[in-house]
Design a protein. Sequence first.
Length: 653
Amino acid sequence: MEYGLLNDLVILFGVSIVVILLFNKIKIPAVVGFLLTGIMAGPYGLGLIKSVHEVDLLAEVGILFLLFTIGIEFSFKEIFEIKKSLIIGGTTQVLFTTIFVSLISYFFINNISEAVFIGFIAALSSTAIVIKILSEKGEIDSPHGKTILAILIAQDIIAIPMILFVPYLAGEQTSVSFSLHWLILKAVLVIIMVFVLSKYIIPYLLFQIARTKMRELFLICILVICFGIVWISASLGISVALGAFIAGLIISESEFSHQALGNILPFRDVFLSIFFVSIGMLLNTKYALEHIPLIITLTLLVIAIKSAWGIISTLLLKYPIRTAVVVGLSISQIGEFSFVIAKSGMSYKILDENTYQLFLSISILTIGLSPFLMRYAAKLADIAQKYLGKRNTHLKLDFIKTKLKDHLIIIGYGVTGKNLSKAAIASKISYVVLELNPDTVEREKKKGIPIYYGDATTDGILRQLNIDEARIMVIAINDPHAIRRIVSTAKNINPNIHLIVRTRHISEINSLLNLGAEEVVPEEYETSIEIFTRVLLKYLIPLEEIDNFIDEIRANSYKLFRAIPKKVKAGEIDIPEVTVSSIKIGKKCLLIGKNLKELDFRNKFNAAILFVRKEKEVITNPNGDYTIKKNDIVYLISEPLKINELRKLLNGK
């Protein structure tokens, strides 16, 4: 029995573990480690791998799983929410990068098919690397994060027709008219298949499988659906990559899509890692070393072109130059689908071996540089903002210049910003909102919200908000670098303004306090405080002790959780579970007009009324003569089941 492939896999993953551990220390994504593993262990490196063809087959399975999971995650609702960024930003970036690179390539190689093909593979970026880095930095929900996500989704969608178009570039389709009709027919068949399977067959099948509660059966069913549709696609002459995407798309419309995705992700990660290793194995290190000047020059050119069109696409969406630069630098690498298309180009003889090796060298180098470009993108964006920002701040600014005084400034109109806006309206506090998403500004302004478009890192914008005479500014955005800039800029303009900053992580507290923020609220600790408060209340620990505990944590800037005082012991005595609840007296309540003495809540419901709120008046511990009236709010304590009975009775239901 041959163990060649098994030996190779052990070597691959063994080397990968060492390389990725080292890379993790310097904050470089695992993908770069897999590429380096392939280069080291491959036939052009140390020659440790013998079964190159078998590894390559496993790599293709990895791409199928990648497309399958992308299809499952393809939510039409989420796409609709970022449709403008996807259509304008994504399409512009892919289209003009392809055209620009194709024209430059044609100037040197004088072959239109090869030039367009090079434009295809240059236009796509790495979804796996970019999303991973954004997630680790907590910037997915930031303006630049959402724009990057939209562009990457657009690229993934456009990659499918690119793959289908490769045979045409190779000149293998003799009759364009016939091929076009056949392509349209296949597209119609695919649409019908997707509709029927996703609407009727797959949901029913998955439901029946799920009823068995057999996890392994559900997993096998998902794999059969994936590879079955891939096989059908291949039989119709459609790309297997497109078939995998369609399979995922069909499952995405089922209520079992999340379970399916959870089962497939481990397979995807393993096989996709093999894919990146296989890419590294294909790199001819001798060729790369002999052409270092050319490779470095073209790598910098690719990064410059992709960054430039990423910046232009983002500016078309009316974002400021700072956001545009971060987006452009983040999508400047060559992506996973580029390798898929390049392999297809090799099989159709569009690329020769030297061009393919040049592509691999440039791609691997751009991927290796990508984490560093994204790490320093914010600082480079600040430089661009300093020199170019003034030309960019006029975009639909609606000339803010508020005359408010002693007002509240809200930076960011996400969940926190919206809730704070509602609270300000209810409390009749004068306020103004600054938001970086022009679509949000346009939508909310129609609702009467005092919201304006602008970049809060710019002192000119803050001055137009009359920050000199504002009392408080709340910063509620998801861009750590921008938050620091805003705090510093705000304090330079108005040292007396009270800054309250929401941040994601506790590690950011000290730097923000040092910059001048008065209060920093970390989401992760506030969430944990809310959770443990509810837990301790259920254990009937006195509220005063809990409050002291919380005050101690906040007083120490959330540095550590202190132990609960030993004198507080939960569960020492057997106290039945009780609930304090407020109930509004409904119009149809049968108890209206009766006094508390004749109702006798204590004996009938084992409940006690603590106080009654009547409009603005609060009656503490009401006596037996108090008469129940419509719209009174009664606060009482009892067992949960009794509370539910009383709620129905007092609501008039």
